[in-house]
Design a protein around this ligand. Structure first.
Ligand SMILES: [Zn+2]
Length: 282
């Protein structure tokens, strides 16, 4: 997985700031022929490429709508596939509307896969694999069983359950190439299994040092050792060098340069931002 973070702080959904207890993941596809992440994610961080229309969704109401998923999967400027997280995973997203039984916005992380013209099997293979890895990563983080009923569903399945608006994604796309949500759930379970056995499906292109003591999860209180913190997980320039002190892990972006977002828990440090793995210990 090639995971990056660019939080949509200008989106009204982010500003609403509601939190959820994550119980599942909803898979979406955009319904428009544009596989480029820059259509939706911006401003340009050097990898996305510039959106000359400036109509990416890091704006109060994208295309005039109250809409905001947690992540997008699509193409970077160089044509490679990446995932961009755009909301904290446990923030309430606006990705699926509602149905007769309520809304999966209250329970599910939602991510969008950028559609192309729906004729390129190779593109679908790549984004499908990225989506499998993202879901395995989230299942691990939130202790979800990918094959349990209703945990990983697409938008159309959400509608059938009465917890989403009437959309057909991803059933409008994947079956053209012999892919299904059932196979997807099986593939996520397999990826999760290989991770827990030390497999490298979350491989990536990164070799971040692990924190000093064991696996760190969102919500953990860690000891910050002092040093630079950053405004984004891939920022080049630091935003100051706060002192050491205890801090709470509020977000994790595996594979990023500064993979842990932490917030100080007392007055000994004022750390508030993304830090490197070797700057925290459990
Ligand atoms: Zn959808």
């Amino acid at each position: 997985m090639n995971l990056h973070t660019l939080i949509f702080t200008n989106n009204d959904c982010y500003k609403a700031g509601r939190r959820i207890t994550v119980k599942g993941i909803m898979v979406h596809s955009t319904g428009a022929n544009n596989p480029n992440l820059k259509r939706y994610v911006g401003p340009d961080d050097g990898l996305l490429g510039e959106n000359i229309y400036g109509n990416y969704w890091n704006t109060p109401r994208p295309d005039g709508k109250e809409i905001c998923p947690h992540a997008f999967i699509g193409k970077l400027k160089d044509g490679s596939i990446a995932t961009y997280q755009v909301l904290p995973w446990d923030m309430r997203g606006w990705h699926c509307g509602s149905g007769s039984n309520g809304s999966a916005n209250n329970s599910h992380i939602g991510f969008e896969i950028c559609e192309d013209g729906l004729t390129d099997a190779d593109y679908l293979d790549k984004v499908y694999k990225e989506a499998v890895e993202l879901c395995a990563y989230l299942c691990r983080q939130y202790n979800l069983n990918p094959q349990a009923d209703g945990v990983i569903i697409d938008h159309s399945e959400g509608h059938a359950r009465g917890i989403a608006s009437n959309h057909s994604d991803v059933g409008n796309w994947w079956p053209k190439f012999g892919k299904s949500m059932d196979a997807f759930r099986t593939d996520v379970a397999a990826a999760l299994n290989s991770q827990s056995q030390g497999g490298d499906s979350l491989d990536g292109d990164n070799n971040n040092a692990q924190p000093d003591a064991g696996e760190v999860k969102i919500g953990d209180i860690v000891q910050f050792k002092g040093g630079p913190h950053y405004v984004s997980s891939d920022a080049a320039k630091d935003n100051g060098k706060p002192k050491a002190g205890p801090a709470k892990v509020t977000n994790i972006s595996i594979g990023a340069k500064h993979p842990y977002h932490i917030i100080h828990t007392d007055g000994s440090s004022n750390v508030y931002g993304w830090v490197d793995a070797d700057k925290i210990s459990k």
